[in-house]
Design a protein around this ligand. Structure first.
Ligand code: ADE
Length: 233
């Protein structure tokens, strides 16, 4: 029996997993925080799924690194997780063989592509390079691809982001993973990122359009992969 914390930024990414694990909404976190928690016990494990919740100011999901770091840190205060999983969507590269709804397991190091601090002693800190679990055995067993994950707070990207994503060898471009990896590094928790591709970073169509069009089917694929992972962990 393990305590497994699953961090999912958006409600639409989380909902299929919440339903598959029969989790129920709980209010465990301090009232000031917008993150939502869903708890339950199924088969071998206790689960706490945390989402970033909605912004009361803007009415949308609190995507991005700050809510992810605050939400995971708060959740770890009350749930002694044996493992932290980050399940979410990401952009991928057609030129690197990515397919829509393809699921990747993260590979160390997890890095940022928008923390640029061009002072020699700060440069590596800005980039991040946080570890995750060795996912090679899980990837082999479940026939999933391993990939490098690169994080920023932007859905789009500029030339500097592009250069750094290339330097990071990025397979998955997303908005929370490096921040969650940092918190796991601080708390010494094993960290397992699972990312499913909603859009092509090098595609012809605008990212937002691809994202919206492919979200449901990608979240279904994400849920299926997470459930299979949980069965063999
Ligand atoms: N989530 C899904 N697709 C993304 C992208 N292209 N960039 C950042 N986060 C994403």
């Amino acid at each position: 029996m393990k305590n497994i914390l699953i961090y999912v930024a958006m409600q639409s990414e989380a909902q299929p997993i919440i339903e598959a694990l029969d989790l129920t909404i709980t209010s465990l976190l301090p009232k000031a925080l917008p993150m939502q928690t869903f708890a339950g016990k199924k088969d071998k494990h206790h689960y706490l799924l945390v989402t970033s919740g909605k912004s009361t100011l803007y009415g949308v999901d609190n995507v991005g690194t700050e809510p992810a770091a605050v939400g995971l840190q708060a959740a770890l205060q009350l749930f002694d997780a044996d493992l932290v999983i980050n399940a979410g969507t990401a952009g991928g590269w057609q030129t690197k063989g990515a397919k829509i709804a393809q699921v990747y397991l993260g590979k160390s190091p997890i890095r940022y592509h928008d923390h640029r601090i061009p002072i020699p002693t700060f440069e590596a800190y800005g980039r991040g390079s946080y570890p995750c679990m060795d996912t090679s055995e899980l990837a082999r067993k479940l026939n999933l691809t391993q990939g490098f994950i690169s994080t920023s707070n932007s859905l789009d990207f500029n030339q500097d982001c592009d250069r750094l994503m290339q330097e990071n060898n990025a397979d998955c471009k997303e908005m929370e993973c490096a921040a969650l990896a940092w918190v796991c590094h601080l708390y010494q928790k094993p960290f397992l990122p699972v990312k499913a591709i909603t859009d092509f970073v090098d595609g012809k169509h605008p990212t937002a359009e691809q994202f919206q069009q492919n979200l449901n089917r990608t979240c279904e694929a994400l849920k299926n992969a997470v459930i299979k992972l949980l069965a063999i962990i």
